[in-house]
Design a protein. Structure first.
Length: 181
């Protein structure tokens, strides 16, 4: 299945027909997906589910196909330092931008710097702000997402999920708090 077909059919549920009904449906879907960046949520039509921001399967699919498509010869395996702390926010911003481009343009997505650079910077700012927020709140959802995406991509490529030197410390802040008397 081509990447385009994945995003059109499975990724977001666009109709591939040319009938007036299909065109009208796709236009409504595009509006819904772009409103409030709903396309970034696991269920774009229900943004109120906690923990689903940047969880749309299409983001993982892009990571898998772009960097983990060739098992041990994959780009991410040959350059492990780039992914040592999980999926970089800069990369997630590029993916978010690419998805927005696919949704906006649907057929011809030309990602010129002039048009899409400001949108990329906006996505990156959102991700950076979210990381600060989740760090300060203690949920660390951004960092967990970054790590989980790499682990899922490594599973996709059928390679060891935890790269060397990537082991968790085994003792968390919650453990420290329980120990503090």
């Amino acid at each position: 299945m081509s990447v385009y077909l994945y995003f059109v059919t499975e990724g977001f549920g666009f109709k591939d027909g040319k009938s007036p009904e299909d065109i009208a449906y796709n236009r409504r879907l595009i509006t819904a997906l772009l409103t409030g960046n709903a396309f970034l949520f696991n269920d774009p039509m229900n943004r109120d589910i906690p923990g689903t921001l940047y969880e749309h399967p299409a983001l993982q699919e892009i990571l898998n196909r772009a960097f983990y498509n060739d098992e041990n010869n994959s780009e991410a395996i040959r350059t492990p330092s780039y992914f040592a702390n999980g999926a970089p926010l800069t990369l997630l911003a590029v993916f978010a931008n690419a998805l927005k481009c696919v949704i906006t343009e649907l057929v011809k997505c030309r990602m010129s710097a002039k048009t899409w650079q400001p949108k990329y910077e906006k996505h990156l700012k959102i991700l950076e702000d979210w990381k600060v927020y989740t760090t300060n709140s203690g949920s660390h959802l951004t960092q967990k997402l970054q790590i989980r995406m790499i682990q899922d991509a490594r599973r996709y490529a059928r390679i060891d999920v935890t790269p060397a030197g990537f082991e968790k410390a085994g003792i968390s802040t919650a453990d420290f708090a329980k120990n503090d008397t």
